[in-house]
Design a protein around this ligand. Structure first.
Ligand code: ADP
Length: 536
């Protein structure tokens, strides 16, 4: 392309100069003589001047008949008349109408004449062009085995350059293909590559060719693999970047999704929390209502019940033994049922009071409390031939009366639920559990199936018939309520060797220094030092 552009510029330069000279020297009337003289003076076969429609104004000797016959339709004429360049010029393919059939090139230069446009037709030996073209082609075959040609529109060689300086006609395949395409490959005892470029305003083209192998011949040493290495590394880098970008896109998508989901679940949580709060308030209110109801009902029931009990007592006193046996039995059934009812009502009242009374924690010496309790249950202990032992009990924080209720209930149960025929043995102890005390009451009684370990702390839940073990089923519910109001936990475990261990936790007295935590001890060995134990 560079070579054709160079030749085009050269042609333009030459012919625009010629055009000016022609206009000056051959613009007016011309005679064949003038032209003949010119032919004789230089290396030109013929000269002719035509007007723009092809009429011959003058022609030298040797002008071919086709020019004289005004065959101005030939390409070189068309080009001279139509080419848009400032110096319209046409250059023919190789023609063979020189003297004695010699090959020539015909150029047609259009220039301004006195009576309009004129065309100067010049026939010149091919060699005039060959040298000039070869000069321009010289730098065109730099690779090994490279060749460069200037071919006319029919594939005639106008000039050629070969590395060894030899002149050989171009391969027919090259000629054929270069007329069809601007580049490609052809076979000439090995694949060769060619590129063709047309010189503007002519049918000539410059064709360069070289063995394909020499064009792509590999370099050696570092140069051989370095480009591949760089290429490989770049590919890897691009792949890594692509993966990272993809990952970032995917991750950010996922993140956005999770965020949205999180937002939704947070919203749900907030809704749930609000609902829960509402239900809590509702529950508290209905609990308070229920509490009031239970309290009022049991309280108000107490008075008539006592009255009925009183009358039953009167009935018994006055008429027992005076009616028949059945009547005596009815009266005693009535009395025991009334007693049981009174018991239930008393327990219910006790339960209600535990919930209603404001808790004012004070320093409570559990040893002293236990002593009171043991005095209260003294008769039961004696009747049941029970033994109650205890460790040194700590000082704790809480309501003295309520804590006494807890111990009393647990000890009473421990005595009550004894194995028939065996003397009840009860032990009360305490151990440190983190920041609280764990107080326990252990018995050798009938034990509790762990399956019912939770149930028995609920209201009216009993595992036995009242005939076997009397009771209301409220005692442990009261105990649990007190313990929980004190911020503690309660539970029951099977005692080693039979029986049960009821335990609950309770905090230190108010204002006590934070205790040093000790490992949890479920139970101390019973009465480690005789002096520390007391029997009741
Ligand atoms: P009550 O003693 O009036 O029956 P409680 O609430 O005190 O009611 O006890 C509930 C149930 O738990 C009892 O009926 C009994 O079945 C069981 N229970 C309580 N204490 C013991 C214990 N020390 N040994 C075995 N069972 C017990």
């Amino acid at each position: 392309t560079i070579a054709t552009a160079t030749l085009d510029s050269l042609f333009r330069l030459i012919y625009s100069q010629e055009q000016q000279t022609d206009a000056r020297e051959l613009g007016g009337p011309v005679t064949p003589d003038v032209l003949n003289k010119r032919v004789a003076a230089g290396s030109t076969y013929y000269l002719a001047i035509l007007d723009q429609v092809g009429h011959v104004l003058a022609a030298s000797a040797g002008t071919p008949a086709r020019v004289l016959a005004r065959e101005a339709s030939q390409p070189q004429f068309r080009a001279a008349l139509t080419s848009p360049s400032p110096a319209p010029t046409g250059i023919s393919d190789v023609l063979d109408d020189g003297p004695a059939g010699t090959r020539l090139i015909e150029t047609v230069v259009s220039y301004a004449g006195a009576t309009g446009r004129r065309m100067l037709v010049t026939g010149q030996p091919v060699s005039t062009f060959t040298q000039f073209l070869a000069g321009a082609l010289q730098p065109m075959a730099p690779v090994t085995g490279g060749r460069a040609y200037v071919l006319d529109g029919h594939g005639n060689v106008l000039a050629s350059v070969m590395p060894s300086g030899q002149t050989r006609p171009p391969n027919p395949a090259l000629v054929r293909k270069s007329l069809e395409r601007a580049s490609g490959t052809y076979d000439a005892g090995g694949e060769r590559y060619f590129a063709a470029s047309r010189i503007p305003e002519t049918s000539w083209q410059i064709v360069v060719s070289a063995p394909t192998a020499s064009l792509y011949r590999g370099t050696t040493g570092v140069g051989r693999w370095l480009p591949w290495l760089v290429l490989g590394l770049s590919a890897v880098a691009f792949a890594a970047i692509a993966v990272l970008i993809r990952r970032a896109v995917v991750t950010s998508g996922r993140l956005a999704r999770s965020n949205a989901e999180l937002e939704i679940s947070q919203q749900r949580l907030r809704d749930r929390a609000r609902e829960l709060q509402r239900s809590n308030i509702e529950l508290e209110r209905s609990n308070a209502d229920l509490e009031t109801f239970a309290y009022v009902a049991s309280h108000d029931l107490s008075a008539p019940l006592r009255a009925v009990s009183g009358f039953a007592q009167l009935l018994a006193n006055r008429y027992r033994g005076r009616l028949d046996d059945a009547a005596d039995e009815f009266i005693s059934h009535m009395q025991s049922s009334l007693d049981h009812m009174q018991w239930i009502i008393d327990d219910l009242l006790a339960y209600s009071r535990v919930g209603r009374a404001e808790l004012a924690p004070e320093r409570v010496d559990l040893d002293a409390v236990l002593a009171d309790v043991l005095r209260n249950v003294g008769t039961d202990v004696e009747e049941a031939r029970a033994t109650v032992t205890h460790d040194d009990l700590p000082e704790v924080g809480g309501d003295r009366g309520q804590l006494a209720l807890v111990l009393q209930n647990l000890i009473a149960n421990a005595i009550k639920f004894s194995v028939p025929g065996a003397d009840p043995e009860v032990h009360v102890g305490a151990a440190r559990e983190g920041e609280r005390w764990r107080v326990f009451v252990r018995d050798n009684g009938i034990g509790i199936d762990p399956e019912h370990g939770e149930r028995i702390f609920k209201m009216f839940q009993r595992l036995h018939e009242p005939e076997a073990y009397p009771g209301t089923g409220i005692g442990l519910a009261i105990v649990k309520r007190v313990v929980e109001r004190h911020g503690g936990r309660i539970g029951v475990e099977p005692a080693p060797g039979g029986g049960s261990v009821f335990w609950f936790t309770v905090g230190d007295p108010p204002g006590a220094p934070a205790p040093r935590p000790e490992p949890v001890v479920a139970e101390r060995p019973q009465a480690p030092v005789a002096a520390q134990s007391s029997e009741s």
